[in-house]
Ligand binder design. Structure first.
Ligand code: NAD
Length: 312
């Protein structure tokens, strides 16, 4: 298959490499010239513009599949439409091209992208991922996919070349909906686990004892057993390497911004999720900009110490 892969960043470049390794004819493109150079050095064919990557090239035809992996919904919609109407990806692609957007964006933006693609005579899926850069490199990502059954079936072999789990979540935008709901659970549970460890410290409970009990009891969750926020009990967790990400606080904050957008749009009473949104926004403005999101335990510990001093 001829695949145009746009957005050769932290996630996109290893994903594009895995597609090429699976035997597809991949052309990579990025607006950032250094990312294009990195793609070329990694052995990918590259194009001088996004539309050149997608546009029919002589008898061989154009891309049959267009995958985007950008930061924001605005970037996706601008690229689809073209900054100056007419030269967007949708306008230059051959009719019936399969557009797969893997960026993490709002449900509303994803639905708008679907509507634009459909109106232009193309097929389209939202397919955000979890698994981070390591998952992208090792082709072990999880894909959450929104769109029609037929388009999902057509995309499956490409997604499986980049990931280990591929779940069809329903119609347009529902891949993004699954991503936003999952990350809201994760944010709330990571804070709950961190608060419990700090409370345990104050009560004289060792980290290992709390871990041994909670990991085998009803407190068990990924935030504890994989991403344990204190060093020791889970040697591979970011806490053992000074909270190097992993999943940076800034990215969690971004995803919770998308959750807030969805919560506001639907009127759901999601107080825990919205408090997590506030705490992670503050954390991302400070140490969480570059640290793993489990490092929020240090903020909780510092604030607890400050509150304790205030009582004296
Ligand atoms: P990144 O910033 O490293 O890469 C995005 C790339 O897209 C950049 O190189 C940028 O120049 C390029 N780009 C933007 N507009 C473009 C356009 N019109 N044409 C071509 N290229 C364009 O970001 P990333 O870390 O790879 O993340 C990509 C997406 O995946 C984000 O939505 C993020 O939330 C999501 N995500 C990231 C992780 C992670 O661990 N990094 C994990 C899961 C999901």
């Amino acid at each position: 298959m001829r695949i145009a892969f746009l957005g050769l960043g932290h996630m996109g470049l290893p994903m594009a490499k895995n597609l090429a390794a699976a035997g597809h004819q991949v052309t990579g493109y990025d607006v950032f010239p250094a990312a294009v150079d990195a793609g070329r050095e990694a052995g990918l064919a590259t194009a001088e513009s996004g539309t050149a990557a997608v546009r029919p090239a002589g008898a061989s035809g154009g891309a049959q599949v267009v995958i985007t992996m950008f930061q924001t919904g605005r970037q996706v919609l601008d690229a689809y439409r073209g900054a100056d109407a007419g030269e967007g990806l949708l306008a230059v692609a051959e009719p019936g091209t399969l557009f797969i957007d893997c960026s993490t964006i709002s449900v509303d933006d994803a639905r708008e992208a679907h509507a634009l693609a459909e109106a232009a005579g193309h097929r389209s899926l939202d397919a955000p991922v979890s698994g981070g850069v390591v998952g992208a490199e090792n082709a072990t990502l999880a894909f959450m996919v929104g769109g029609s059954e037929e388009d999902f079936a057509a995309a499956r072999p490409f997604l499986e070349a980049m990931g280990r789990r591929v779940v069809h979540c329903g119609g347009a935008g529902l891949g993004q909906a699954a991503k936003v709901c999952n990350n809201m659970i994760l944010a709330v549970s990571q804070i709950a686990v961190a608060e419990a460890f700090v409370l345990g410290e104050r009560l004289g409970l060792s980290h290992q004892a709390l871990f041994d009990v909670a990991s085998n009891a009803s407190g068990q969750c990924w935030a504890l057993t994989t991403n344990c926020p204190v060093p020791g009990p889970v040697p591979t967790s970011p806490a053992n390497r000074d909270y190097q990400p992993g999943f940076a606080g800034a990215l969690m904050s971004k995803d919770l911004g998308l959750a807030e957008h969805a919560v506001t749009a639907t009127g759901v009473d999601a107080r825990m999720g919205m408090l997590a949104r506030e705490l992670y926004a503050r954390y991302a403005d400070g140490p969480g900009a570059g640290q793993d999101f489990s490092g929020i335990i240090n903020t909780i510990r510092d604030q607890s110490a400050r509150a304790g001093e205030g009582d004296r």
